[in-house]
Design a protein around this ligand. Structure first.
Ligand SMILES: Nc1ncnc2c1ncn2[C@@H]1O[C@H](COP(=O)(O)OP(=O)(O)OP(=O)(O)O)[C@@H](O)[C@H]1O
Ligand SMILES: [Mg+2]
Length: 254
């Protein structure tokens, strides 16, 4: 987290809110992450891109202490993800891939539960805001098992942000939303980072990544192919999607 350049050295110091060094994760005979090194600055909306099976979900799980890395290290908000996974999870918001809220609770009960765990004093106001913003207040008393997939995703979205985390990690934020909801969520994410928070997303929707992300990384077969600023790609006259395809196609022959 801390700047290592001496004062007056002339080097720009940026604060890394998320720092990954040589991170490796092996499942049996599959290397899901292969010596990945990357860092994410505070205030970034960072997009983790990569084809199916490239290691995006494994990265998010590793960064949130849900998967124990096989090698390397990672710090999130200055906390080591292996030594202090509970500390990391208490500070961040997480929306896991394709996960659903408990079937036996209503939306409102689930948000109350998260509010109690996160000790959110203004849980009622927070809940009301999210029910209105994502337009699912009429479903507050419906059991989660009876919600549509998109509404369950709205609920997962709300739970991640209820405690106003300085960092949120979201595995595919937009995939289950209709176009109107996608616009709302995009606006919310862009606004959230403008307030100084940081967001780390994995996504396959490269047009949206180009639109809202400031930084990106491309994974392919567990290896980091590229990381940098989205503006550096687009100012070079390329769309992020074309850049991604050229990288992955070339990477596929390595
Ligand atoms: N628990 C597990 N046990 C064994 N292999 C796993 C496990 N989790 C993931 N893998 C494997 O690790 C690799 C990376 O998977 P991961 O889910 O991280 O990819 P992804 O980039 O999120 O893919 P997608 O875009 O399809 O969501 C894949 O080959 C996957 O089959
Ligand atoms: Mg995934």
């Amino acid at each position: 987290m801390r700047c290592e350049h001496p004062p007056g050295s002339g080097d720009a110091c940026v604060t890394a809110i998320l720092d990954v060094r040589d991170l490796t994760k092996v499942y049996g005979d599959t290397t899901a992450l292969d010596n990945v090194t990357l860092s994410v600055e505070e205030g970034a909306l960072f997009g983790l891109l990569g084809p199916n099976g490239s290691g995006k979900t494994t990265m998010i799980k590793s960064l949130t202490g849900q998967v124990r890395p096989s090698g390397g290290s990672a710090t999130v908000l200055g906390r080591d993800v292996v030594a202090d996974p509970v500390g990391v999870r208490s500070q961040v918001g997480i929306i896991p891939e394709q996960e659903t809220p408990p079937s036996f609770l209503t939306s409102e009960e689930y948000l109350h539960l998260v509010g109690a765990i996160r000790k959110i004093p203004d849980i009622e106001e927070q809940m009301t805001w999210w029910f209105e913003y994502l337009e699912f207040g009429e479903k507050r008393d419906v059991l989660c098992k009876d919600l549509s997939r998109g509404t369950r995703q709205k609920l997962m979205f709300a739970q991640a942000f209820l405690h106003r985390p300085v960092l949120a990690l979201i595995d595919e934020p937009l995939i289950n939303f209709d176009p109107i909801m996608q616009e709302k969520v995009k606006d919310f994410l862009a606004d959230y980072v403008k307030k100084g928070n940081t967001i780390f997303i994995s996504t396959h929707i490269l047009e949206i990544a180009e639109e809202i992300c400031s930084g990106f990384a491309v994974l392919h077969k567990g290896k980091l192919l590229s990381t940098g600023r989205v503006a550096d790609v687009t100012e070079g006259g390329m769309h992020l999607g074309d850049y991604f395809l050229s990288l992955v196609r070339a990477g596929g022959h390595v």
